[in-house]
Design a protein around this ligand. Sequence first.
Ligand code: NAI
Length: 398
Amino acid sequence: MAERITCVNGQLLVSNNPIIPYIEGDGIGRDIWKNAQKVFDQAINLVYGGERQVAWQEVLAGKKAFEETGAWLPDETVETIKDSLVTIKGPLETPVGGGIRSLNVALRQTLDLYACVRPVRYFKGVPSPLKEPEKTNMTIFRENTEDIYAGIEWEAGSAEVQQVLDFLTEQMGVTKVRFPQSSAIGIKPISSEGSKRLIRSAIDYALEKGLTKVTMVHKGNIQKFTEGGFKKWGYELAQEEYADAMADGKLEINDIIADNFLQQILLKPEQFEVVALTNLNGDYASDALAAQVGGIGIAPGANINYQTGHAVFEATHGTAPDIADKNLANPCSVLLSGCMLFDYIGWKEVSELITEAIEETISAGQVTADFASLIPEKVGLSTSDFTECLLKKMRLAG
Ligand code: NAI
């Protein structure tokens, strides 16, 4: 009987037939999800011979939800995702004007998905702007709930910003706002709780994967209390909770200033294994690193709360309206997000089988149009033909 995944004391309980909700996604979501589901189901079948299978449950969000229910993010969807813990989603069209700013942000906030996790690695055969793209191999842990992204800001010229300015000048003695009459103001909260839970997730992930290096990326040289706090609390946490692992040489914590990090990922990316970043720095670094290994078409991601177990795995690209419903999209981002999902629920053999099939297919020169357009004289495969290649590779391996 199909059962929902549960979490007891931070441990996931996964039956042989877990119910996993999926959001198909708008635009190319329609092209990539149906193909990805075939790959997932076949991989599970090959590995477990029918003993395990996922009961996929569609939940609505985005434009499809709006057209069918009148809501961009129906309550029923949020409830099902809450109850099921683990969800996978395609890209969602952002509603224009009013209401929800971003559906992704709404989901992250509702479920307090504080860690945005992005493994970044190179697949041989993917066009990259680097000479040695295979040297980039690290996992990003970006804090997802704090920082300037908390959405606490006031528009220039508004009565609210005037109140904030009055408070700053009259009560806090602030004299450094250069142009008070025309300033917008934003607030950047960074807490020890928020920093520690994110850095703890990064360290636990490293230890679980047998990696030793965790690097905190920050701008503490300028923003001493917020970004500097992130770094300070990270070192504190390491002493409080991981002193043994450090003494045994299983863990090494260090830090780097964000601008230098952006240089180093191009010059010497091999020095990083797991990196922990505040929200805004993490946003920039995620896209820069994705570009180094081939871009958003192949970059997977997840937003996770390791305490409650809630996790939403997602294709990191958008809905690509220019190629939607044309059977042209690259399904690798959602496929690799699925691999992260299978790792997360402990079905590692499934993610290995899919990852190997992707490795072999791409290195054999079988790629979708986005990659083909960057390789001279290469003709791209359709989404479904690329998927067929994967299915065939898995059958041969499985
Ligand atoms: P986009 O990622 O949809 O497209 C940027 C470019 O990359 C386009 O040329 C597109 O064809 C290409 N591309 C993206 N994914 C691809 C794939 N899997 N295979 C081949 N080519 C691919 O970004 P854009 O155009 O800025 O946004 C379009 C819509 O998507 C907007 O409504 C935006 O709000 C939404 N969006 C949703 C996201 C999410 O749900 N996670 C993330 C980013 C954007």
